[in-house]
Design a protein around this ligand. Sequence first.
Ligand SMILES: C[S@@+](CC[C@H](N)C(=O)[O-])C[C@H]1O[C@@H](n2cnc3c(N)ncnc32)[C@H](O)[C@@H]1O
Length: 230
Amino acid sequence: MDDWIDYYDSTHTIYVSKAHRDAHFRLIANDIARFIPDPDAVVLDYSCGEALFATQVAAACGHLILAEPAPGVRGRLSSRFKAEPKIEVLALDALKEKANASIDLAVMISVAQYMTPAELDDALVMIRRLLKPGGTFVLGDILRPNVGAPTDVMALLRFGARHGFFKDAVIGIMRTALSDYWQLRQRVGLQRYSEAQVIGKLANAGLVGTLAPVNVGHNPARMTFVARTP
Ligand SMILES: C[S@@+](CC[C@H](N)C(=O)[O-])C[C@H]1O[C@@H](n2cnc3c(N)ncnc32)[C@H](O)[C@@H]1O
């Protein structure tokens, strides 16, 4: 396993059970839907993962682009949503073909930590190009520099307790500790950014970002930024 895209394309154990996976993707879909500006909006979910509840997001907007780099995940998205006229599944590279100023809302949730800083910069420039004037970009689940794995573990246990998978979360955390995840986390690492660094990166791409009061998803120790074209 060479990188995080390979990891997400493998039979990984990041979701400890079906209940966890469902609770996670339902929460993310609800959080994305909160940012949709109007029912005709064109929405881009950049590195969407399995996006199990994308139908709910699509119901609240005009068109939903699910962009995903992992080929196996993308294949499942294509078959899962083939009967959904509002959902388009694309590889990240295919976003280069999309017209300037064609998207109202772009979201990138729990992805920046897996990208190199240069990959993130390139993605931000592309998202800036795709956003319509007045469009919104939500950059979520950013890891802070000084918050380590124990905080993630506690957040997952609390999420499990709230959604009925606490026992599976305990077992899953132990299984993940022995899995490819930790080897990759130690070898390739996860990128962490301070609030000022993220706002600086957004500004370099031509976006004005602010820290949102709450993070998207289940982990309150991580940060979400809402950015707009100036
Ligand atoms: C934790 S999942 C997040 C999925 C979804 N956004 C969510 O919030 O549930 C991480 C996602 O990042 C993608 N990813 C991993 N490395 C990446 C990279 N270098 N560039 C772009 N996406 C990457 C994976 O394929 C996966 O879809």
